[in-house]
Design a protein around this ligand. Structure first.
Ligand SMILES: *[C@@H]1O[C@H](CO)[C@@H](O)[C@H](O)[C@H]1NC(C)=O
Ligand SMILES: *[C@@H]1O[C@H](CO)[C@@H](O)[C@H](O)[C@H]1NC(C)=O
Ligand SMILES: *[C@@H]1O[C@H](CO)[C@@H](O)[C@H](O)[C@H]1NC(C)=O
Length: 232
C-alpha cells in the first residue's frame, strides 16, 4: 500500500516538474518562428510603448510570457496577444500557417501590426481545420482590404471578429462583407473605421447570430430605418 502511495507521489511530482517547463516544445518552437515578424513576442507588454526600452521575458517557459497564455495543465497555448501598438510604416504580408501548431488557440490578437494581407496560399483558411477552438480574432488597425474576407469566412469557430481600422471598402459582389455571413457562430463583428458607406447595410441580411455590430465611422450617411433591417 505504502509503495503505491509513493508511486503516486512520484507521478504527481514528475507531472509537477513537467509543468515548470511550461509550454510544449513544438509551440515554443512555433513562437520563435513568429519572432522575425513579431519581434516583441518575448518582450513584456507594458514596456513597449512610447520609446521606453523593452524588457525581455526572463522565463524560458513561454507560458509565463505576458503575450502568451496557456492551459495550466496541458501547457498548450490558448491566447496570443501579438498586438503591437507601435508605428510601422512598412506594410507586410502574414503567413497564417505559422499559427498552425497552436491547436488549442482561442484568442489571437494581431492588431496594430501594419499587416496588408496574407502571403499567397497561406491565408487564414489554412487554420480552419486545425484551430477549431479559435473564437476571438482581432485584426484591428492593420491594412487588410476586402481580399482577406474569403479566407476569414472559413474560420467557422469564430465568435468575435474585429476588423476595425482597416481598408475595407464598399464591396463588389465577389468580395463583400456578406462573405462573412458564412460564419455561423459569429456574434460580434467590428467593422468601424473602414470605408464602407451605406451599401453595407444591404449586405447584412444573412448574419444570423450577430448580437453586436459596430459600423462607427464607416461613412454611413443619412437617416437609417433600423426597424426590420436586421434579423437580430
Ligand atoms: C508559411 O509557413 C509554413 C509553416 O511554417 C511554411 O511551411 C511555409 O513554407 C511558409 N510559406 C511561405 C510562403 O512563407
Ligand atoms: C488588396 O490586398 C491584396 C493583398 O492581400 C493586394 O494584392 C491587392 O492589390 C489589394 N487590393 C487593393 C484594391 O488595394
Ligand atoms: C478573448 O477575446 C474576447 C473577445 O474579444 C475577450 O472578451 C476576452 O477577454 C479575451 N480573453 C482574454 C484572456 O483576453
Amino acid at each position: 500500500m505504502e509503495s503505491k502511495w509513493l508511486a503516486m507521489v512520484l507521478v504527481v511530482l514528475s507531472l509537477g516538474s513537467g509543468l515548470c517547463d511550461g509550454c510544449l516544445e513544438e509551440e515554443r518552437f512555433a513562437l520563435f518562428q513568429l519572432k522575425p515578424f513579431f519581434e516583441f513576442i518575448d518582450y513584456k507588454f507594458q514596456d513597449l510603448d512610447y520609446g521606453s526600452k523593452p524588457e525581455k521575458e526572463s522565463s524560458s517557459n513561454c507560458c509565463e510570457w505576458e503575450r502568451v497564455e496557456c492551459y495550466p495543465i496541458s501547457g498548450r497555448v490558448t491566447h496570443l496577444f501579438l498586438n503591437y501598438y507601435g508605428y510601422n510604416e512598412m506594410h507586410w504580408y502574414l503567413n497564417a500557417s505559422l499559427f498552425l501548431p497552436f491547436e488549442e488557440l482561442q484568442n489571437l490578437s494581431l492588431s496594430w501590426n501594419s499587416i496588408a494581407g496574407c502571403v499567397a496560399n497561406q491565408g487564414f483558411e489554412r487554420l480552419s481545420s486545425k484551430l477549431d477552438k479559435l473564437e476571438n480574432l482581432d485584426l484591428s488597425e492593420n491594412h487588410f482590404n476586402n481580399s482577406i474576407l474569403a479566407s476569414l469566412s472559413e474560420l467557422s469557430s469564430l465568435k468575435s471578429l474585429n476588423l476595425a481600422g482597416n481598408v475595407l471598402t464598399r464591396s463588389n459582389p465577389t468580395n463583400g462583407i456578406e462573405m462573412l455571413s458564412k460564419l455561423n457562430n459569429l456574434e460580434t463583428l467590428d467593422l468601424s473605421f473602414n470605408r464602407l458607406g451605406n451599401k453595407i447595410l444591404s449586405q447584412l441580411d444573412d448574419f444570423a447570430c450577430l448580437k453586436s455590430l459596430d459600423l462607427g465611422y464607416c461613412g454611413l450617411k443619412g437617416t437609417l430605418d433600423i426597424q426590420g433591417m436586421f434579423p437580430f
